[in-house]
Design a binder for this molecule. Structure first.
Ligand SMILES: [Mn+2]
Length: 440
């Protein structure tokens, strides 16, 4: 079943290729310090086409008039190395396990490329990458181009990512399932965090609880660096220090999501450290939430992220004007983009194998990509009001609020995949009053 998904995707890539060879390298282990390494995370495009989770591999798809085939280069079995760092699939079992036509030891790459590249015109690869396998393939292609007895060899470089990014934009049912599974764990973590937070705790204690729940439920990785930001720290957009105190009366912004089989979840919630929103916090929170609900409601096939952006700018400007944070007429505030000072980022992004999925927002003609069934995007309106900004009414200074959900485009509209993560003031305050152990 699993292999069917990947082999279907490989066939789809092949069907869009002219005469040529496509090369997709895996990730490799990265050194953290001296001889210790970062945890391994597979390269998304490689995983998308292979489902194979080992480092030091390369997928090759080739197509010419005569035939097309898929080839995987991977590490050979090595009992000594496997005793130290774990089992390898190995060359012998690769074809049966992964459904590729041929498999070879990655150490024979240069030699095999010398045989596999001739007879093809195009090389499909990440043209911007400095991946060592891709550089070696380019060198082999260059050498072949100087060899007179080879009838022809690849000399056109085509950016493969463009093709893959378009494919990844439309999620298959299997992919939606993985995102839903990731979200079911992320939900527990957010609820536990809301319930556990108390004045006097450190932000990293909440981070530890969130990441404990991710791991406890079998998530292999956090989809991105967890943000736990108390009070004014929420106004630092990518605050990952998480080392300050959570203070009574302040809000706590948490942006955290786990991965499931390399698929991301991306959720932000803002909750009161002491368990109850203050009047001003609630007014701002409900303004942003109301805007978010209206934006989500507008999501349906035919829409676009750019339209949602414009809608979010208007709605959040209204919120800030109503609360006296921005002053002036709506038209003037929109015209001058006054909202940018307190809402400086986009309304959302594609999500999938990457938390910020590398799918296009504009097509080849520069036109906005229109929403279609199967696309997944986040919706994350926010207002950040720094403590040291004298233009902001004093009661609102030091408050930063963001609310983020993951939305699936359906045939007629949308499905909020994270609809069951507490969000209204009542729901959030109810969770805050609970015992966090109920969510572990
Ligand atoms: Mn996001």
């Amino acid at each position: 079943m699993k292999n069917t998904i990947y082999s279907k995707r490989r066939k789809k890539v092949l069907s869009q290729m002219q005469n040529g060879v496509a090369l997709v390298p895996s990730a490799s282990m990265q050194m953290r310090s001296n001889d210790t390494e970062f945890p391994f995370r597979q390269e998304s495009n490689f995983y998308y086409l292979s489902g194979f989770n080992e480092p030091d591999a390369l997928l090759l798809l080739s197509k010419n008039k005569k035939s097309s085939k898929t080839v995987l280069f991977l590490r050979k079995r090595d009992l000594q190395a496997e005793m130290w760092v774990g089992k390898r699939l190995g060359v012998e079992d690769a074809c049966a396990a992964l459904g590729v036509d041929e498999a070879y030891d990655i150490e024979t790459l240069d030699e095999k490329l010398g045989e596999l590249l001739p007879g093809h015109l195009n090389l499909y690869l990440d043209t911007f990458s400095s991946n060592s396998y891709l550089l070696r393939a380019k060198r082999t292609a260059e050498k072949l181009s100087h060899t007179r007895n080879v009838e022809r060899s690849p000399h056109n470089f085509i950016h493969l990512n463009t093709l893959l990014e378009k494919m990844r934009l439309h999620k298959e049912p299997y992919e939606i399932e993985q995102i839903k599974k990731a979200l079911s764990i992320t939900k527990q973590a957010h609820h536990a965090a809301m319930a556990a937070a108390k004045p006097g705790m450190k932000e990293y204690e909440i981070q530890a609880l969130i990441e404990y729940i991710f791991k406890k439920h079998g998530s292999q990785h956090d989809a991105y660096g967890t943000i736990v930001a108390g009070g004014n720290n929420a106004n630092t957009l990518h605050y990952i220090e998480n080392s300050n105190l959570l203070n009574a009366g302040e809000l706590m912004l948490i942006d955290a999501g786990c991965e499931w089989n390399c698929y991301a979840s991306d959720i932000t919630r803002t909750s009161p450290v002491s368990g109850k929103f203050s009047k001003h916090q609630q007014a701002l929170y409900e303004g942003i939430l109301d805007a978010q609900l209206k934006i989500i409601k507008a999501i349906k096939p035919g829409g676009s992220k750019q339209k949602l952006q414009a809608k979010s700018e208007r709605l959040l400007t209204e919120v800030m004007r109503d609360l006296g944070i921005l002053k002036g007429s709506m038209d003037e505030l929109i015209e001058k983009k006054s909202f940018k000072k307190y809402y400086p980022h986009g309304i959302g992004h594609w999500m999938g194998l990457d938390v910020h999925d590398t799918c296009p927002y504009k097509d080849e003609n520069g036109k906005d990509i229109l929403f279609e069934e199967g696309m997944v995007l986040t919706v994350e309106p926010a207002i950040y009001l720094p403590l040291n900004d004298p233009d902001i009414p004093e009661a609102f200074r030091g408050i930063g609020i963001r609310t983020e959900d993951d939305i699936l485009l359906t045939a007629k509209g949308h499905e909020n995949l994270s609809h069951d993560i507490a969000k209204s003031v009542d729901e959030v305050e109810k969770i805050c009053a609970m015992d966090y152990r109920e969510f572990i």
